[in-house]
Design a protein around this ligand. Sequence first.
Ligand code: SF4
Length: 346
Amino acid sequence: MYNEKRFKNNLLQWFDTEQRAMPWRETKNPYYIWLSEVMLQQTQVKTVIDYYLRFIARFPTIRDLSEAHEDEVLKLWEGLGYYSRARNFHTAIRDVHQNHNSEVPMDPKTFGALKGVGPYTQAAVMSIAFDQPLATVDGNVFRVWSRLNNDTRDTKLQTTRKAYEAELAPYVQQSAGDFNQAMMELGAMICTPKAPLCLFCPVQEHCEAFEQGTVADLPVKTTKVKKKVIKQHVYLVKNEFNEYLITKRKANLLNNMWQFPMYDIEDEHSLESDIGVNINFYKQSSYQLKHQFTHLTWDIKVFEAKHIVHKEDITLTADMEWLDLNQKDNYNFPVSMTKIYQFLRE
Ligand code: SF4
């Protein structure tokens, strides 16, 4: 970086005039800013906006959310995925309500100790809501900063993250919130992963990768994690009232959400052993899908029962119910199960 002051001015001026309108940019309420940051993890802005607006309409204050039942919170989150984010956020908000007088702590260390608050969320919320001098380093910032400095360090390493935070620290001593948001906005709008718009870039004159012709080689990410694939079988069991058997998940992933009975094919349990009834299923799967999580993929095959099961033949436990297809909105279904539900409705 040749002229740090001029770089920051160019970036902030561009952000001032070109930033996209987003509802959470129109507030200084730290609870709303925090919520937006949680929702935006792994999720695109255009998807988040409706969810965000619905959420704050239903839970306008920290107190409202802290008093809510988890099922209702998850229901409002349905479709956004990564449900542990919602659970952790809910837990943290209860903590803030009970132990911090319903006020989001302004002290980064106290805030960083709350459930689900990692270094990125800590820096984003503290800088945007309170202008605390912390630099956010997310995928956008890694890309922009590595290109600006023609930096070939592996952006997957924690040591690189720490180094970036330290290098960016001088830029966030003032206007931290705007600077961080401007860097991320530049990464989202101009300095994109493929085909960045260098000719329209407000900081092109400061960019070493542009000068050296190495933009396409950056950022460097060497340690790609290979995703694990888990084969799952889903069983559709219908009774004489046209209702389908659903069960509540017990695994950590998507815990407490509802599903059509699903079993990892390597799991020792089976539907028969859980419900104590033998059912014949079509051998040929009638529907299949793949669902991606951050670190794993579900490869799902769906099997339909060959015959209708009498409602009274299955003794439901507390974690089982019969789903009337018109009542799905009463249940929290993860995205993969909603797709299967839609297949049933076709
Ligand atoms: Fe990114 Fe190109 Fe701007 Fe450099 S000039 S920061 S590579 S968009």
